[in-house]
Design a binder for this molecule. Structure first.
Ligand code: AQP
Length: 326
């Protein structure tokens, strides 16, 4: 079975973008792949976050992943910081990465905005992400479109390391969904829906109740020309709603657009589709949040299994670069 790995940051509440862009794919991948899914808490340290919040959100993220449909009998769910090889391999990879490569990362440019006091961890974040992937010999990495450039870097680093030190890593491929790969903020359709940016009306949480989902979609920013048409460049707000509706209903956004004359009708039906899509997640969430010790046990088993794979890969890499092994 091909190996799959992906991760989510415990940087805030899981939202519709995470679900459509990534987590929904993970649920289907676990059936046919040897799948590893990671709560990347070390990545969440690159922004300001309260220690107690980080701990709580890490456990919340695990509850949400199980509620979204990950089945510990079919896949491995673990917390990144519980597998010490992630930062260890990061160092080896950082020693093969050029500053210029990291300066080109658009996410760093967006968040760092050229500030002198921007954190080094935010700058080197893509190398940690490469280590996350390469440690597991992952062939496929199901992610949203915002991670495309980071995936390219992981591929470059793997290829470079293999050329310089002999074949050590599997070179991974990104698996990006056709629809729902970049869900935009409902109030600011020029930027992606995101956990770490506060936008209460612009973000749909996977656990939002139906009335909230309906309200947020009804208030979503569109435009004034009144023409229901899929055109992300001139009608970003409406096209985002069409994308969301399409991803939630398994259809094409252009086809949906052709069936509506009024924004209000489209918004009503899009909200219904999202409410139905997320209903099972909300229902299962109650079960898992009532059994936190069971969730911790899943993470414990997951960390043990992940560590077995990661430590073998790390040893291979450490030996390849010439570290003296015990
Ligand atoms: N808006 C989105 N649309 C589609 N996919 C998305 N993903 C994230 N946002 C969208 C995908 O979800 C997975 C987990 O990514 P993340 O934990 O980095 O999510 P986030 O919401 O982007 O979190 P942050 O803290 O706000 O991260 P930054 O600020 O770094 O973007 C990934 O597969 C991602 O592609």
């Amino acid at each position: 079975m091909a190996r799959v790995l992906s991760g989510v940051q415990p940087s805030g509440e899981m939202h519709l973008g995470n679900y459509l862009g990534a987590v929904r794919q993970w649920v289907s991948h676990q059936q046919e792949h040897d799948a590893y899914f990671c709560i990347v808490d070390l990545h969440a340290l690159t922004i300001e976050i309260e220690p107690q919040h980080l701990r709580e959100r890490t456990l919340d993220a695990a509850v949400n992943l199980l509620a979204a449909g990950l089945d510990p009998a079919l896949c491995t769910v673990f917390v990144q910081s519980q597998v010490p090889e992630h930062p260890r391999l990061t160092w080896l990879l950082e020693c093969t990465t050029a500053m210029g490569e990291l300066r080109r990362m658009t996410q760093f440019k967006d968040k760092g905005r050229g500030q002198e006091d921007v954190r080094v961890g935010l700058f080197t974040y893509p190398v940690l992400m490469a280590a996350d992937i390469l440690l597991y010999d992952a062939e496929r990495v199901p992610v949203g479109d915002d991670q495309r450039q980071h995936l390219e870097l992981a591929r470059d680093l793997a290829q470079r390391f293999n050329q310089r030190f002999g074949t050590t890593f599997v070179v991974p491929d990104a698996a990006i969904p056709q629809v729902g790969a970049r869900v935009m903020d409902l109030q600011h359709p020029e930027r992606k829906m995101s956990k770490s940016v506060s936008s209460p009306l612009g973000t749909i949480g996977v656990l939002d109740d139906p009335a909230d989902i309906e309200r947020k979609i009804r208030k979503a920013v569109t435009d004034t020309d009144g023409d229901v048409r899929y055109d992300p460049s001139t009608k970003p707000g409406l096209s985002n709603l069409l994308d969301i509706f399409a991803a939630a209903s398994g259809r094409r956004p252009q086809e949906i657009a052709s069936e509506y004359q009024r924004y209000g009708d489209l918004k009503r039906d899009a909200a219904d589709a999202v409410i139905e899509l997320l209903r099972p997640v909300r229902e299962r969430h109650g079960e898992y949040s009532a059994d936190l010790s069971g969730v911790r046990a899943v993470l414990e088993t997951g960390a043990r299994k992940a560590h077995e794979v990661a430590s073998a890969t790390y040893l291979r890499a450490a030996e390849a670069v010439g570290l003296l092994m015990r």
